[in-house]
Structure formats: C-alpha cells, structure tokens
Ligand binder design. Structure first.
Ligand code: PEP
Ligand code: MG
Length: 575
C-alpha cells in the first residue's frame, strides 16, 4: 500500500515528481593513515578550489535570479574557504598527523560548529550553519559525490527537507523544483509565507517521516489537501494527473478575473490586496490582479544582512514599490522585528519570551534612531504614490500616539529641509494583540485604518505559539473567540468612519471570506496566489446574505460547526 503523510497545505498546488532529499548526507569519516601527506594536502586543496568555483557559480546564479542581497549569503561561504583558522587547521592536521583529509575536515569543522552553536551572539550562531554548509560541500568533493545544492538542481523534483531557510528558498529554481515538503513548520511560518509568495506548492509540518523519504522516490504532493503519497501506484498516478489537470484548468479560468474589480454578488465593492516581503514579490502581485498592497513586511529589508539598511536604501525600495503600484494603495508596515524574526547584528538582549517581549512597535519606540530613519525614508517616498503607513503590534493608544508624534516630527523636519511629503498619507495600525481588539473603539479615534493581523491575533488569543506545530490545532481562524474579536474591531472602526482590512493568512481563507464579507471587512490582503480564487468567491457571495448570518455564526460554539455552516451555505449558493 502506498504510504501517505499528511501535513499543512501551506501553498496550494499539485506536483508529481521524484523526491530530492536535501542535506541527507550525514557522513562521519573514520581516521585513516595516508601514505603520502603532501599528496593528501593537495587533494584537499583541490576539493576546496572546486567548492569555491561551485560557490561562485551559485552566487552568480542567485544574484541573477533573486538579486544581490540574496546572493550575499554565498559571500560569507566564500570567505570561509579563505579563512586560515579553518582551512590551515585542517592542512596542518593532515601534515602533522598523516591522517586522511575527510577525517581532519570533519574533526576541525565539528569543533568549530560546536563552539559557534553555543555562542550567545545570534550572528555567530548562524555562522555554524555556514560552516556546516561549506564543510558538506568540500566533503562531497573529496568523496566524489554530488552535494545537495538547491541552486544546482537541474531535473524536475519535489524537495524534501527538515525546513527551508530563506537562503534555501532564495536558491530555488522553479523550473525544476515543482514543490516542497518539510518536516517542521506551520501555515504562518516564514518558509510557508515564502512558498506562497513564490507560488510553489508546499506542504509543511509533515513530521519526521517526511525526511525518511529516499532520494529519487516518486512522490505526489497534493498541497490543496495537504497529503503526500510516497511511491504511488499506477492507479493513483492516473487519478492525481487528472486532478492536477483540473486544478491547472481552474487556474486558467481564474485568469479571466485578472482585471476585474472585486464586487460581491449583490454589488458590494471590496479591495483585494497582496502581502509582500520584498520588491521581488511585485511581479507576482501585478500578475495576479492585486488592487493594492495591503502589507509590505519591511523587516525583510533588515534581515539576511550584516548591518542596518540606510535611509537612502530604504527610500529607494519604498519609492520603487509605490511607483510600480502606479497610484494604487500601498500599506507599508514599519519594522516588525522580534518574535521569530531576529536581527543578529542588533545584539538585542536575550528574552525568555520573545513573542511577548520587546518586539515590533515596542522595539521601535525604544530605539528611536532606528525608527526615525525608517519614518524619514517612508515620508520621502510618500510623494511617489498612495502610501499608507502602518504600525505593528500596537497594544494601547499611548503607543500609537508616541509613534504618530515621531512621524510628525520627522515630517516637519523634512518639510523644513524643502523635501516633498504627501499630505494624504493615512496612518493606521495592525490589530494583532487581543487588548487592541477589545479596546479598538479608543484606537479607532486615533488611527486612520485598521488591518487585522490574524496570525498574531490568533496566537495571542489562543496562547498558542504560531511556530509550534504541536499546538497548531489551536490555529482556528473561524473559532467564535476570534470571529467575535474581529467583529468588535470592524464595528469600532465603523463608528468612527474608518476602514478595516485584514492582512493575516485568514484573509485568503475561503471558509472565512464569506463571514468577513458579511461582517463588513473592506480590504482583504493575502498572498498574491490567493487573490484570483478569492475574487471568484466574492463574486458569487452576497454581502447582505452573509451580514444576515453573522449573529447565527457567532452563536456557534466551535470552528467545526462554523466551517460546516459556511460549506453548506456556499454549496447552496453555487446551485
Ligand atoms: C499577522 O500577525 O497576522 C501579520 C500579518 O504579521 P506577521 O505574519 O508578519 O507577524
Ligand atoms: Mg504579526
């Protein structure tokens, strides 16, 4: 019988291909005496040289495909190949002990990795994975086996890995990597968000059995349902080929909605916007008919590098996004660092509960220089499009007032310097802390708009870490507790005549959309690939009908009941 795994369908699609198992070569060489140490040293140097060439090629490829910033990681790897502490220690070991290169490489690298992994400094801890990566590359050269380099994949495959880091995803060649399955992760972990922005099918959190899939095994991944079939039968292959064809056909049908407005069956207009993390995501945004950007996660500009981005660098990025969006609304969120998003070079104190600590707006208000730089860059860019500035993780009105005060001060300075600043910038906040939802009436007086960040709102309401798959059953967007908070937020904003959007993953959830439409949500911001399916759904859903169901939905006691209700009603809508 075909073995099946289930995981979280993190990015939709169906893929059928052979497995490419990443980082599976855990190799522990034994010490062996060599006959001629200088020849062994030469063999080692040659492997290092080959690894260097390979890295140069991958670096160039990544730069072409994903931009210079993403290629920087390989610069660190190349530097390591020149590092005398590392390379010379191995050579000296081979010479003085007359032992084989594989063993000395493994020995020296292991002690490096051990020391680095135990460091307090995050930047140094990250170096451990660089050493591991570079060591694996040299080792495979010594052994004459191919190193599982993602960038070098040149045959169609489905990638299987424990997890994918941003640097792994940066190297994916989507001509060949048809999808990926990971052992760990959740719907809102960053590898999942990245998969959606790249529009590559992904199943995450498939458990330890995922990494036991052998290299080259045929697999089917159904990232609509969240199932992986290992070594499927001929019959299953046929079934899934047909299912994939139907899925692809629906995508073609959806493209007809590309330039159409998002209007419900009874004529209510809403905005379907996209979430982005970098300028590279813009192409997908435009190709999927987004009516704006509902969330630009600017922290990615600060991550994966070794120093803070300057005001000018940020200004150029924000200006570029506003110009490309051609006067459509663009909500740019100020730095949301902390929690699972670290900035190693900032040396922030270690916290025992980072998700409850000095993150997002709290950090920005305590490090005003950092915040002012970003605010200036945003204000300078404001005259190039329709900018809306959004502060993350606001819990109380005072935080919003303090942030607005800094924004005002920077605006005045720029005006004095004779720099153009738009007069129509809306300033809003994310609602992702339960306190903000419960006291949204006060915040609505001070904010121009709200955007509900359900990824965090659910995590904090349910007290369930969004990164921990063992409590992922509590990620329940349609639980009455969450829906009631959302309703409070929308009603509080309506009283003040403010608009409300949603930029958490729930905004693209097809079960939640009819309920949210009925509650009066104005803007839905999601990964680009969800926009067209959401537009199709909204077109066949009546706002008035669902507004009429709101009280009934909110009186149900569980997500299961609510989902059943939505499914039953949407099915009858289709009739
Ligand atoms: C959220 O919390 O819902 C959100 C959109 O922000 P992030 O996922 O970046 O924390
Ligand atoms: Mg958040």
């Amino acid at each position: 019988m075909t073995k099946r795994l289930t995981g979280i369908a993190a990015s939709p699609g169906i893929a059928i291909a052979k497995a490419f198992r990443l980082n599976n070569a855990h190799y522990e060489p034994a010490p062996e005496k060599v006959a001629d140490a200088p020849i062994e040293v030469e063999r080692f140097r040659k492997a290092v040289e080959e690894a260097k060439q390979e890295l140069e090629e991958i670096k160039d490829l990544t730069e072409q495909r994903m931009g210079a910033a993403k290629a920087e990681i390989f610069e660190a790897h190349l530097m390591l190949l020149e590092d005398p502490d590392y390379i010379d220690a191995i050579i000296e070991g081979i010479e003085s002990e007359g032992l084989n290169a594989e063993f000395k490489l493994h020995e020296v690298a292991s002690s490096f990795i051990e020391i680095l992994s135990s460091m307090d400094n995050e930047l140094l801890r990250e170096r451990a994975s660089d050493v591991r990566d570079v060591t694996g590359r040299i080792m495979s050269r010594l052994r004459g086996v191919s190193y599982a380099a993602i960038a070098a994949i040149n045959e169609p495959c489905i990638l299987i890995a424990e997890d994918l880091t941003p640097s792994d995803t940066a190297q994916l060649n989507l001509d060949y990597v048809l999808g990926f399955v990971t052992e760990i992760g959740s719907r809102t972990s960053h590898s999942a968000i990245m998969a959606r922005s790249l529009e590559v099918p992904a199943i995450v959190g498939a458990g330890a059995a995922a990494v036991e899939i052998k290299m080259g095994t045929m697999i089917i991944m159904d990232a609509v349902e969240g199932t992986v079939l290992i070594a499927p039968s001929d019959e299953e292959m046929e079934t899934y080929k047909a299912r994939k064809a139907a899925y692809d056909q629906r995508r073609i049908e959806l493209r007809k909605l590309l330039d159409q407005p998002s209007i419900s069956a009874d004529g209510r207009r809403v905005e379907l916007a996209a979430n982005i993390g970098s300028v590279e995501d813009l192409q997908k945004v435009l190709a999927n008919g987004a009516e704006g950007i509902g969330l630009f996660r600017t922290e990615f500009l600060y991550m994966g590098r070794s120093s803070l981005p300057s005001e000018e660098e940020q200004f150029q990025v924000y200006k570029h996004v506003l110009e490309r969006m051609n006067s459509k609304p663009v909500v740019i969120r100020t730095l949301d660092i902390g929690g699972d998003k670290e900035l190693p070079y900032m040396k922030l104190p270690v916290e025992s509960n980072p998700f409850l600590g000095l993150r997002a707006i709290r950090l920005c208000l305590s490090k005003q220089d950092l915040f002012r730089t970003q605010l200036r860059a945003l204000l300078r860019a404001s005259s190039y499009g329709q900018l809306k500035i959004m502060f993350p993780m606001i819990a109380i009105v005072d935080e919003l007032l303090a942030a607005k005060q800094l924004l005002q001060e920077e605006k005045e300075k720029l005006v004095q310097e004779g720099i153009a600043v738009s007069e129509t910038i809306e300033v809003g906040i994310m609602i992702e802390v339960p306190a903000a939802a419960l006291a949204a009436d006060f915040l609505a007086k001070e904010a121009d708009f709200f955007s509900i960040g359900t990824n965090d709102l659910i995590q904090y309401t349910m007290a369930a870490d969004r990164m921990n798959e063992t409590v992922s059953y509590l990620y329940q967007p349609c639980h009455p507790a969450i829906l009631r908070l959302i309703q409070m937020v929308i009603q509080a904003a309506a009283k003040e005549g403010k608009w409300v959007g949603m930029c958490g993953e729930m905004a693209g959830d097809e079960t939640a959309i009819p309920i949210l439409l009925g509650m009066g949500l104005h803007e839905f911001s999601m990964s680009a690939s969800s926009i067209l399916p959401a537009r199709a759904l909204i077109k066949q859903t009546s706002h008035r009908e669902w507004a009429g169901y709101t009280e009934q939905v909110l009186s149900m006691s569980s997500q299961t009941q609510i989902k059943q209700f939505v499914e039953q009603k949407t099915r009858s809508d289709l009739k």
